[in-house]
Design a protein around this ligand. Structure first.
Ligand SMILES: NC(=O)c1ccc[n+]([C@@H]2O[C@H](COP(=O)([O-])OP(=O)(O)OC[C@H]3O[C@@H](n4cnc5c(N)ncnc54)[C@H](OP(=O)(O)O)[C@@H]3O)[C@@H](O)[C@H]2O)c1
Length: 283
C-alpha cells in the first residue's frame, strides 16, 4: 500500500529532526556521560541540575561540540513547582520530548531505626514523586511515541546497611515502571529501569567515605564477580540502549548493571582459600 503523500512528508520531517531527551541530574556522574553519548549522535539533551550551573553549562557546551545540542535547566526535582517549570521550559523550547531519564537521586543513609519523618518524606518526594510527576509531564510531550528510563540501584533488590530509605524508594520506582509500561504502551511509549550496582561516581565515594562506620569499599568490590566497580559509562550505555532503536519492544523491565553483584551469596569466592580459591583467582 502506498502512503499518502502528506503522511510521508510528515514522517520524513519527524525522522529528520533531532531527538530530544531530558535527563534529570545530568551535570555530573552517570547523567552527564549519558548526555554526551546522546549528543555525539546529534541528539539534543536537556541538562537538568540543582546547584552547579557552571557544570551544567559545560555539559551543554560539550554536547554542541560533539554535534548535538541542548540546554541547561535548573530545577530542584524535590519541588513540584520546579518540575512544572522544567517541563514548561522543554515545551517552550522544543514543543515535544522523545526521551525522559529520571536519573537524579538523593536520600539519607541511616539505619531504619534512625529515620525521621523528614527523611522518609523527602526521600519519597525526591526519588519517587519526582519520577511520577516527571513521567506524567514527559508522556504528555511524547506525541510521537517515546522512551522513559528510570535509574535505580541494587538497594531495591538487596538489603545492606543504611540504604533502606533509598532502596525502598528505588523499589517503588521499579514498580511504577511496570504500571506506566502498561498504561503508556498504547501510545508507543516504553518505560524501563536500569538498576546499578557499585558505580564509580561522586555518590559512591560519599557512601563509603562519609557514612560513619561504613564497611570498606574494597570488601564489597572483591565480592563482585567481575571484580571491579561499574563505571558511569557502563550505566549510561544500558540507558542509551533502552532509549535507542534496538529496544523498541522492551517495556516494563529493569536491567541490572552490577557486574553480577546481586547474584552472589555467601560463602563468597573471595573468602575461599587454597586450591579452591586458586581455581577462580589463580593465586
Ligand atoms: N553512584 C553509584 O554507585 C550508583 C549506583 C547505582 C545507582 N545509581 C543511581 O544513578 C543515578 C545517578 O547517580 P550519580 O551518582 O551519577 O549522580 P547523583 O549524585 O545521584 O546526581 C548528581 C546529579 O544530580 C543533580 N541533583 C542532585 N539533587 C538534585 C535535585 N534535587 N534536583 C535536580 N537535580 C539534582 C546534581 O546537580 P547539582 O550538582 O547541581 O546539585 C547532579 O547533576 C541515581 O539515581 C543513583 O541512585 C548510582
Amino acid at each position: 500500500m502506498t502512503e499518502p503523500e502528506t503522511t510521508s512528508a510528515a514522517s520524513a520531517e519527524t525522522a529528520a529532526r533531532p531527538r530530544v531527551t531530558l535527563i534529570t541530574g545530568s551535570s555530573r556522574g552517570i547523567g552527564r556521560v549519558l548526555a554526551l553519548k546522546l549528543a555525539s549522535r546529534g541528539e539534543h539533551v536537556v541538562v537538568n541540575y540543582k546547584k552547579n550551573a557552571e557544570l551544567a553549562d559545560d555539559v551543554v557546551r560539550e554536547a554542541r561540540e560533539l554535534g548535538g545540542g541542548g540546554l541547561a535547566v535548573q530545577a530542584d526535582i524535590e519541588e513540584p513547582d520546579d518540575i512544572d517549570a522544567l517541563f514548561e521550559k522543554v515545551r517552550a523550547e522544543y514543543g515535544r520530548l522523545d526521551g525522559f531519564v529520571a536519573n537524579a537521586a538523593a536520600s539519607a543513609f541511616k539505619p531504619v531505626s534512625a529515620l525521621k519523618l523528614h527523611h522518609l518524606d523527602r526521600s519519597w518526594a525526591m526519588n519517587v514523586r519526582s519520577f511520577v510527576l516527571g513521567a506524567q509531564r514527559a508522556s504528555a510531550l511524547m506525541t510521537n511515541g517515546g522512551r522513559i528510563v528510570a535509574v535505580t540501584s541494587y538497594g531495591s533488590l538487596r538489603a545492606f546497611p543504611t540504604y533502606a530509605s533509598l532502596g525502598a524508594a528505588k523499589a517503588a520506582v521499579e514498580s511504577y515502571v511496570k504500571f506506566m509500561a502498561t498504561e503508556f504502551g498504547p501510545r508507543n511509549i516504553t518505560v524501563n529501569a536500569v538498576n546499578g550496582g557499585l558505580i564509580d561516581t561522586d555518590s559512591l565515594e560519599y557512601f563509603y567515605e562519609r557514612v560513619p562506620g561504613m564497611a570498606p569499599m574494597q570488601s564489597v568490590i572483591e565480592k563482585v564477580p567481575l571484580g571491579r566497580p561499574g563505571t558511569a559509562d557502563d550505566m549510561a550505555s544500558a540507558v542509551e540502549f533502552l532509549l535507542g532503536a534496538h529496544a523498541g519492544y522492551i517495556t516494563g523491565q529493569t536491567i541490572t548493571v552490577d557486574g553480577g553483584l546481586t547474584v552472589v551469596a555467601p560463602p563468597y569466592w573471595a573468602d575461599t582459600s587454597g586450591e579452591l580459591r586458586a581455581a577462580v583467582f589463580g593465586d
